[in-house]
Structure formats: C-alpha cells, structure tokens
Design a protein around this ligand. Sequence first.
Ligand code: PYL
Length: 288
Amino acid sequence: MTRLKVEDIKDIPGQLDRYESELMEKTGCTLREIACHAVGIEEESLFSLLDSVKFAVVPVESGQGIIEGFCETISDIVWHIGFDVFVTGKADVAGIAQAVEKKAEVVMMADDHRFMALNIKSGHMSDNAKATGKGYAAGLDLMAGGLKGRKVFITGCGPVGWSAALAVLQRGAEVSVFDTRHGTAHLLAKYVKELMNRTIVIEESLEQGLSNHHYIIEATNAAGIIDENAITRQTHIAAPGMPLGLTPEALRKISGRLLHDPLQIGTAVMAVEAGGPVARGTYMRSDG
Ligand code: PYL
C-alpha cells in the first residue's frame, strides 16, 4: 500500500464540491450515490441514519506516524456524505477513549498497514482497500452505463484490485487480470473459480490486457504504466492506484473518462458501509 503524502491530500477538503461536480459529469452520480451503488443500498435507506450515527476519526501515531491533514480530510469526506463527524483531540488509545466518551458509533483510523471504519455497536468493520475496490468498480459501472456482459481488464491483483475484480464479476462483467507478480493473478483466478465458479482470464502482459479492453481498472502502485497508445475514444479507466498509473499524455487523451482520487471514493464507501443500514443488519443489499 502506498503511503499518502501531505501533497496528495492537502487540496481535497477545499475542492470537494468541484471534485463532486466532475464525478457527476462522469458518472451521473454524487459521491454518496456512488458509495450507495458500491454497497448495494438505496440512498433513501441512509437518510434516517445521517442524523443519528456519529463518526469519530482517530489519529494514529504508530509506525511512520501522523500524516498532516489525513484525519481532517477523512472527516471532511464523511461530513460531505452527510454524517456527523469529529476528529478526536488525542491520538491512539486516548483518542479511541474520547470517541467512546463522546458517543461515537463509528471509529475511523489508519496505521501504516490498514485503514478501517469500525462500527462499535455492531462490530461491522469496513476496510479501505476492499471499499476502494468496490467503489471504483461501482464508478466504472456508472461511467459505462452498466458493466453486465462487458469485458473489464484489471491490472494489479493486490487487495484493491482483488476487491474490484469480485465486484465487477458480481455486476456481470467478464474479467481479465494482470499482475507483475504472476502468483497473485493465479491466486485470484483460483479463488474466483472455487468461490464463484467463474473463470477469469490472466493476460500474458499489461500491453496485451490494455490493447484488448475498453474498460480498465488500474489498481497498482506504479506511476505512468498506461500511455496514450492504450487510450481510444471508447476507453474508460477507473484508477484507484496511487500514484496515478497514466502518463500525462494518456491523462490528456482520456479526458473525462477517468476516475482517480487518493481517498474520496474509498472513504465514502467506508462511511456508507459502517454507518449505514448494512452495518446494522437492517437492510438486505440489492445484490442479495
Ligand atoms: C489509507 C491510505 C490510502 C492509500 N494509502 C493509505 C495510507 O497512506 N495509509 C497510511 C495512513 C497513515 C495515517 C496516520 C494518521 O494520520 O493517523 N497514521
């Protein structure tokens, strides 16, 4: 997992509205609608909870420590989704204690390894990598006007790419994958065969996967691996990978058919998962 830098996130709070209007141009949906689409709930089922579920974001000092602005950015995204949220004054255990004392139902915190949203009442945990994969799959689904029957190529079979692959399979897509660590691609194919009785294709190379597909999920931590030669008028890319996997020329050519952000979509899905009806077991998701 790439550790975010201050410069990756410092502009997010001030530009959330502009970011969301770009999302709406690309997907027809707001950030909250995309998150609900990812989780498989109707947005209406969230409304009654927005006023009652309180979130606390707790700074964590372990490992490489605090990223300046990280917790405030998470808080702003959760607030943008409509929940009541605060950042605890203290970090680590003292911060968690403050969250409980202030009656937070969901605690969000990240160390160097995991970023989670934990619903203290229900025990439901939303993991950022899984949520991000689902969120970007949902965004691609909305950009494409539905992925059912379409071919989707996923490069990067880490936790985010893995989650995205399962999500697009559930949306009826045909999936091909590639990872420089061939073992992870084979492991994913094996898991999908055993768990979903579905077959995914393992591409021989990144170039082959890119040349064979218009719908792409870039979920690696490599920069600039997709150049303008891979981009056609039909190409749509959902790119959760940090740093951005497109070259500047590819970025220019893809124009509006690209989803990419360092935190927003993943955090919004976490908030809806951990603060919404699914965490309370009061909602059968639309995917059953
Ligand atoms: C959750 C992000 C998404 C991509 N990389 C992940 C990352 O940067 N993780 C480290 C987060 C550290 C946060 C720090 C704090 O400010 O509380 N412990």
